[in-house]
Design a protein. Structure first.
Lengths: 263, 343
């Protein structure tokens, strides 16, 4: 399920009008790893993901996937390899949960074909993995924010792609559901060799799940590398401007960060 | 209330049968009452070119049925279907259940274009001048309305309707100005603007059929993409939909169908709003089911409304006035319900 080569960005810049979102970005993302993208609000994380999905094209530089420019892929072909769980999900129409998860199979179903056995199997498996099967017949426009977000994750899982991008996918979920989703993602990386690239605001969550961290700051990569080496108080101070202490935590068996919240 | 797959097929078939029945029944209604059997014989005689079938029928009947009533009735039916189809597409793409050719100002744009062609007596493309000008007006209006209501690539639901109303008001002033310029032609424009199916010809039937057929074919081809577009642009892109391209193709085909409808019938509001709403309630938001069902229901509704103005009411009320009188309050109810949900 892996694509040799993964993603490679070379000299990538992107601006919204006058505002530079990404500047001279050089980075490559290898397959089979769990990447965390962290950084302050507005540092270009979402734009970064949009470049990977081909939703945006760089002003300068190149974004390639499997040694081919992303722009050369047909959307449908790319959608069979890269899935995105977006941050916001508004829908005004009364599709059922199951119908929305089935939309994740869109790139795999021919234009005039009906969903086959395999499609339904993937839809059921995705809903079961995220634990939403019991409300599969409810209308998505009547769900709570957290329930909607889990539906979107299930939809991306049903897409069965070797690459999964999360854009703050657990921002409106409580700790139980957050862990459930990240556990599923982690298993996909470890057991099936898939690649997860997740924008994460909660640094402890990033520390617990990610193999590699990319610290972004004002459109640049401030630091990147294996979580164990790159996650340190100095980097956090430089990127977020806050004091912290990073230490191995016996209970969670991961490196965890403590902050001095107020004094 | 949502129906299952089997009942949706049944609903589609019954709507088709009801529309066909209504066409035959409505053709019989009017000053001269014609029995259903005679109508079918007249049609059969024309289609098979076999005058023997007309034996025993008053010679004026074939004329009334075939040259006066059928073109009008079929035009009304097709226009109803076309407006409902455009409504489904606009609502699906703009993610806004209040969007329809009328509230977006697209109908007014088409009317302005068509009025311009009428006043200036433009006939360089023969019978197609008015529809062509109407389409140009409709497409330009849509672009202006979308431009006015979008900020940073996002279109907000309420500013969209607001922009539609503003642009519609400007176009209404423009149309008044054209009326002022039109001099003795003014009556033609006024009556046409109010919406009417009186004195339609087989040519009109042909033009609307062609537009509706192309529009429906295109929208059914992209119906599943349209479903996915309702998840938002970013999601649609990563699910393999060429969202920008699909969006433009569908918006332009809906505008083309609207323009052709307006050019043959004037402004008929709210059909594109009411019908998709009611049908979504019955069959759900899946556009593959919603589109055919809405086309049929829109056809049936406008046919019934036109027959009421033609053959039931003591004086012929312009059809556009009738649909606005019924559709306006309906719009208020939906608007109110949405506001309450948003709070």
């Amino acid at each position: 399920m892996t694509i040799a080569g993964g993603f490679a960005l070379a000299g990538v810049s992107f601006a919204y009008g006058e505002t530079q979102a990404l500047a001279e970005l050089d980075i490559s993302l290898a397959p089979g790893r769990f990447y965390g993208i962290v950084g302050p609000n507005g540092c270009g994380k979402t734009t970064f993901l949009d470049l990977l999905t081909g939703a945006k094209s760089p002003d300068r530089g190149s974004v390639s996937f499997g040694n081919r420019p992303v722009a050369e892929y047909r959307r449908r072909d790319l959608a069979r390899m890269v899935a995105l769980v977006p941050q916001d999900f508004g829908i005004d129409f009364s599709f059922t949960v199951q119908e929305v998860v089935l939309m994740g199979r869109h790139p795999h179903i021919g234009r005039f074909a009906s969903p086959g056995l395999e499609d339904w199997r993937q839809v059921d498996a995705a809903m079961a993995a995220i634990g939403i099967s019991h409300f599969q017949d409810r209308f998505v426009n009547e769900l709570s924010g957290g329930e909607k977000q889990r539906v979107v994750v299930a939809r991306a899982l049903a897409q069965q792609t070797p690459y999964l991008l999360f854009d703050e996918a657990t921002s409106s979920l409580d700790v139980q559901y957050t862990m459930q989703i990240f556990n599923v993602a982690k298993r996909l990386v470890q057991e099936e060799g898939r690649t997860v690239i997740a924008v994460i605001h909660n640094l402890n969550l990033a520390a617990a799940y990610c193999d590699e961290l990319i610290f972004m700051q004002k459109g640049h990569v401030a630091a990147c590398g294996p979580t164990d080496t790159v996650l340190e108080a100095g980097t956090i101070k430089k990127v977020f401007g806050v004091e912290s202490r990073v230490a191995f935590d016996e209970f969670s068996k991961t490196r965890q960060i403590s902050f001095r919240y107020w004094s | 209330m949502r129906q299952s797959g089997y009942t949706i097929w049944l609903l589609t078939l019954s709507l088709a049968a009801a529309t066909f029945g209504a066409i035959v029944y409505a053709t019989g209604m009017g000053h001269i009452v014609v029995p259903g059997g005679d109508i079918l014989r007249v049609i059969a005689a024309r289609v098979t070119a076999n005058p023997a079938l007309l034996a025993g029928i008053d010679p004026v009947i074939p004329f009334v049925v075939f040259d006066v009533r059928l073109p009008r009735i079929l035009t009304a039916t097709l226009v109803g279907g076309g407006l409902a189809m455009s409504g489904v597409i606009y609502q699906g793409i703009l993610l806004n259940p209040l969007a329809d050719p009328y509230t977006l100002g697209v109908s007014s744009g088409a009317a302005f274009g068509a009025a311009l062609a009428l006043v200036a007596n433009l006939s360089m493309m023969g019978h197609f001048s008015v529809p062509l000008f109407a389409f140009t007006g409709a497409a330009l209006t849509l672009l202006v309305v979308l431009y006015l209501s979008s900020f940073n690539g996002q279109i907000s639901a309420n500013t969209l309707i607001l922009s539609g109303v503003i642009v519609g008001a400007i176009l209404a002033a423009g149309i008044s100005f054209l009326k002022y310029l039109a001099d003795e032609q003014v009556a033609v424009i006024i009556f046409w603007l109010m919406g009417s199916f009186a004195s339609r010809t087989w040519m009109d039937v042909g033009v609307v059929t062609a537009a509706l057929f192309c529009g429906l074919l295109l929208s059914l081809f992209y119906a599943r993409d349209l479903n996915i577009l309702s998840l938002g642009n970013r999601s649609a892109d990563t699910l393999g939909v060429e969202s920008t391209r699909v969006r433009w193709i569908l918006l332009l085909s809906a505008s083309m169908v609207t323009a052709v409808c307006v050019s043959v019938s004037g402004i008929i509001g709210f059909i594109g709003l009411i019908v998709p709403h009611l049908m979504r309630f019955l069959v759900g938001p899946d556009n593959r089911k919603l589109l055919p069902v809405s086309v049929l229901a829109g056809a049936l509704l406008l046919l019934v409304a036109d027959t009421v103005t033609r053959a039931v009411l003591p004086v012929e009320v312009p059809i556009g006035v009738l649909t606005a009188l019924i559709g306006g309050p309906f719009f208020c109810v939906i608007f109110r319900r949405r506001q309450r949900r948003a709070i």
